[in-house]
Design a protein around this ligand. Structure first.
Ligand code: NDP
Length: 315
């Protein structure tokens, strides 16, 4: 166990976690960020970010995260680049309250914090169809910026109808021969600007009212079975790559006694407070609505200010 007691332990290192760290360390609070083995969150998997204020020409996702981390480090934030294992906020025997200081575990080691900010984000949601899981990395992907290069001159599909699906399709079209967006509904959910960008691209086609029922291939993807959910007509497509862009699942499994909403996101009580006094939340792990880098950063700031006030009240 690390015997040091931090004022704040921030779990997660996306825009929410890193912004929180910038604020807490600038407020002179001893801060540890449990950053994860793959630190930086979802923006590490993206290319150009055009809607983060302050960058008139856009910025690459990894560059933005590296800049945020450097900024947090400049003020003295400590980092451990290890995966977070558990955060047990169950009441300790007799008191009815979570044990304090809070204890969180990463890479087999316990860390102690007077307060906690949960900023663990959300992970890719997969289709959960036959042939998918074993072919992740062998033709099945959720990250076009990471994997599109491997689909040079190949046929691909993107599943989903939101902004992520449009973005995946646009990125893929820079490499692939063809990109077919397969959407289960009739009217895309994506913002108009993203739809327009995708529709303008001659390589991108759309199939509506259709789901993928099976991913085919032995060693790698060779095709998919699809079904029209209006006519029930089933058919096969010969393709080399499946990009899944159907949303995310909040990373909350590792917490005990943190109240969640019906979709599994951390439930917010009174600004960024959770049901546990002294445990705060920020970013995609609680926000299923906006899910933007800039809103996550804003929530990170809010959680840091709340933690700072709460710590002051404890003195
Ligand atoms: P969304 O939740 O917006 O969209 C998910 C899509 O996947 C929906 O079209 C949904 O269908 C479909 N879907 C969900 N589950 C399944 C399933 N099991 N099988 C088939 N299809 C399924 O998620 P996104 O990741 O696209 O976007 C999340 C947030 O991030 C949004 O707020 C978005 O605006 C933002 N974003 C912004 C970007 C940008 O501005 N550049 C880029 C990427 C994301 P249905 O519509 O029927 O529910």
């Amino acid at each position: 166990m690390d015997s040091k007691i931090y004022d704040v332990i921030i779990i997660g290192s996306g825009p929410a976690g890193l912004t929180a760290a910038i604020y807490t360390t600038r407020a002179n609070l001893k801060t540890l960020v449990v950053a994860g083995g793959k630190w930086g969150g979802q923006l590490m998997l993206t290319t150009a970010v055009d809607n983060y204020p302050g960058f008139p020409d856009g910025i690459q996702g990894p560059d933005l995260m590296t800049a945020m981390r450097k900024q947090a480090e400049r003020f003295g934030t400590e980092f451990i680049d290890e995966d977070f294992e558990t955060g047990d906020f169950s009441p300790s025997a007799g008191s009815g309250q979570a044990q304090k200081p809070f204890r969180v575990k990463a890479a087999g080691k316990d860390y102690l914090g007077k307060s906690i900010i949960i900023a663990t984000g959300a992970d890719t949601k997969w289709l959960d169809v036959s042939g998918e899981k074993e072919k992740i990395g062998k033709g099945v992907s959720s990250c076009a910026p990471c994997d599109a290069f491997f689909f040079k001159n190949k046929k691909t599909i993107v599943v989903g109808g939101g902004d992520s699906a449009m973005e995946e399709a646009i990125v893929l079209a820079n490499f692939a021969d063809s990109v077919t967006v397969i959407y289960r509904g009739e009217t895309l959910r994506a913002s108009q600007i993203m739809q327009d960008k995708a529709r303008k691209n001659p390589k991108i086609k759309f199939i509506f009212n259709t789901i993928v029922t099976k991913i085919l291939g032995e060693e790698k993807v060779t095709g998919v079975e699809i079904k029209n959910n209006k006519t029930n007509e089933a058919s096969k497509m010969d393709i080399d790559g499946v990009f899944v862009a159907i949303g995310h699942i909040p990373n909350t499994k590792i917490f005990k006694n943190i109240e969640l909403d019906e979709k599994g996101y951390v439930k917010v009580h009174d600004y960024t407070r959770t049901n546990i006094d002294g445990v705060f939340v920020a970013g995609d792990v609680h926000d299923s609505h906006y899910r933007q880098a800039v809103t996550a950063a804003g929530f990170g700031c809010a959680a840091a200010l709340e933690a700072e006030r709460w710590l002051r009240d404890q003195e």
